[in-house]
Write a new protein. Structure first.
Length: 157
């Protein structure tokens, strides 16, 4: 039986990605044109660029990835999965003593919602965002960064 890969190993395993292809079949539900499936490390690299006091949503990451690869759009499913892997890889590194890790808590779901699947869940993410000056509000069962649009980071390199 193969040993289980660490989160950081999963992050570095590109599996032949990124890949840009013409959209056809069931993928047309996301749009038409060309779609990029990014490499996990690319998503992590964008997440690392978000400075303290700012936030980004998965949609902004997708726009930056599409622009980088001259594609119509980036795959929403893999971008979300790879941000989740990046978050767990950062948490794994922090648990082993790393001081500078990917600030995954600054990456939000669409609409400014905190991602409960990130390490520490809503409670830890909210604590980190509060420490950076963000107000967290509860709407039904969801937790959001108040006025997240004002703190949105979009200037990726």
């Amino acid at each position: 039986m193969k040993p289980k890969k660490s989160w950081r190993e999963k992050l570095k395993d590109s599996k032949g990605l990124p890949k840009v292809s013409e959209v056809c079949g069931k993928n047309k539900r996301w749009g038409e044109g060309t779609m990029v499936i990014p490499a996990p490390i690319e998503v992590d690299s964008l997440m690392q660029q978000v400075p303290k006091g700012r936030v980004v949503t998965i949609n902004e990451l997708r726009l930056a990835l599409a622009a980088k690869h001259h594609a119509t759009f980036a795959c929403p499913m893999t971008t979300g999965i790879f941000s989740w892997i990046a978050a767990h890889a950062a948490n794994e590194a922090a648990a082993e003593g790393a001081r500078k890790v990917t600030p995954y808590w600054r990456t939000l779901k669409t609409g400014g919602e905190l991602n409960p699947k990130y390490p520490g869940g809503i409670e830890e993410i909210a604590k980190k965002l509060n420490a950076e000056g963000h107000e967290i509000i509860k709407k039904g069962k969801r937790f959001l960064v108040a006025d997240h649009q004002k703190a949105l980071f979009t200037k990726f390199v």
